[in-house]
Ligand binder design. Structure first.
Ligand SMILES: [Zn+2]
Length: 341
């Protein structure tokens, strides 16, 4: 049994009626069948502001799932005694999908059981040149970053993820999604779309306002916040796809603000202190030494808690029409002056 799945099921069992759990089918690994769960807590009003937490899209990057599960467990304990949190949860909804790709996690692979990289699998093609293989390809599922067959549609795991976002987040005028990954980076990054183009998203002013709020509230935070396209372009990014879907007329609330963020934990921070981790594939993407793992589990609570408060009080920091112009100007010079064609 997967330890992260066992932990999630234990949390679900102990939560009682606080957690509303849904199963979105299952995936097979050999003779075992692994469920695709989501769980929500807080307000059930469709128009409540929503914060969605996702992890485990890449099966090797288990630390993201562990960070979310530790956070969920802590929230459920606090909801028993913390009246300020109880009041917050009367007006906001949190949605958790901490094991998007349980088959990959069970097999110890980045991809799902069919060799598909779920972050290259959405129906969206890069508009500019992508790095060979890394940007997504259709050569073979034996190679990493495989997009899947052209006419196969999205993988079951991605369909489940998109369903959760469409059902639980798109009904709200304001939502943020945070998808937790870990990569071979030198620092912790928070990415926002797009990955398929260097053109900014429509809600760049809102992203910049959120970043300014975070910078001002926690001036010493360690995160580099930037559009993914500053690092590299890819095909098939699910958050690009969902962001574009959120902008289409007729998909629920009009004028909706949906801000998808990806947390990319930099594993070099752990590896440089314990280079032997390089010898194991899991060690490259997860802190192995227990005290370092604990530091990672608690280290990101600041960001997660900040997002809860930012979603709850979105009306107090979202820019109006005039402020949007300033934020757009600042955001373009910060992120796009050197990378636009
Ligand atoms: Zn990843």
């Amino acid at each position: 049994m997967l330890p992260e799945l066992a932990e999630f099921e234990d949390i679900i069992l102990q939560s009682g009626p606080l957690l509303r759990v849904k199963q979105h089918g299952e995936v097979a690994v050999g003779s075992a069948r692994l469920p695709l769960y989501s769980a929500s807590l807080g307000s059930e009003k469709p128009d409540a502001p929503v914060l969605g937490f996702f992890a485990g899209v890449h099966g090797l990057e288990r630390i993201g799932s562990q960070v979310l599960l530790a956070f969920l467990r802590s929230l459920l304990v606090r909801l028993r005694w913390d009246s300020s949190l109880q009041r917050k949860f009367e007006t906001i909804r949190l949605v958790f999908m901490p094991l998007v790709n349980p088959a990959g996690m069970a097999l110890g692979t980045r991809s799902n059981a069919e060799g598909v990289d779920l972050m290259r699998n959405a129906p969206i093609d890069a508009l500019e040149k992508t790095p060979f293989l890394l940007g997504g390809h259709r050569i073979s599922p034996k190679l990493p970053w495989y997009r899947g067959k052209p006419d196969a549609g999205m993988a079951r795991e991605n369909l489940a993820l998109c369903k959760v976002v469409q059902e639980e987040l798109f009904c709200s005028p304001f939502s943020i999604a945070l998808d937790c990954h870990s990569g071979f980076g030198l620092c912790d990054r928070v990415w926002f779309p797009y990955a398929y183009t260097r053109t900014p998203i429509q809600h760049l002013p809102e992203i910049h306002a959120l970043k300014s709020l975070f910078d001002q509230t926690y001036p010493h935070h360690p995160y580099v916040i930037e559009p993914q396209a500053r690092q590299y372009l890819t095909h098939g990014d699910v958050w690009d796809y969902l962001y574009q879907l959120s902008r289409q007329p007729g998909t629920g609330v009009s004028g909706r603000v949906f801000l998808p963020l990806t947390l990319e934990l930099g594993s070099w921070l752990w590896i440089k202190k314990n280079p032997r981790q390089l010898l194991s594939l899991l060690g490259m993407f997860n802190p192995v030494v227990p005290h370092r793992r604990q530091r990672v589990l608690r280290g990101h609570l600041l960001l997660l808690e900040f997002l809860v408060r930012a979603v709850h009080d979105n009306a107090r920091w979202l820019p109006d029409e005039i402020e949007r112009i300033d934020h757009l100007r600042l955001a373009e010079s910060l992120w796009y002056s050197g990378i636009r064609k």
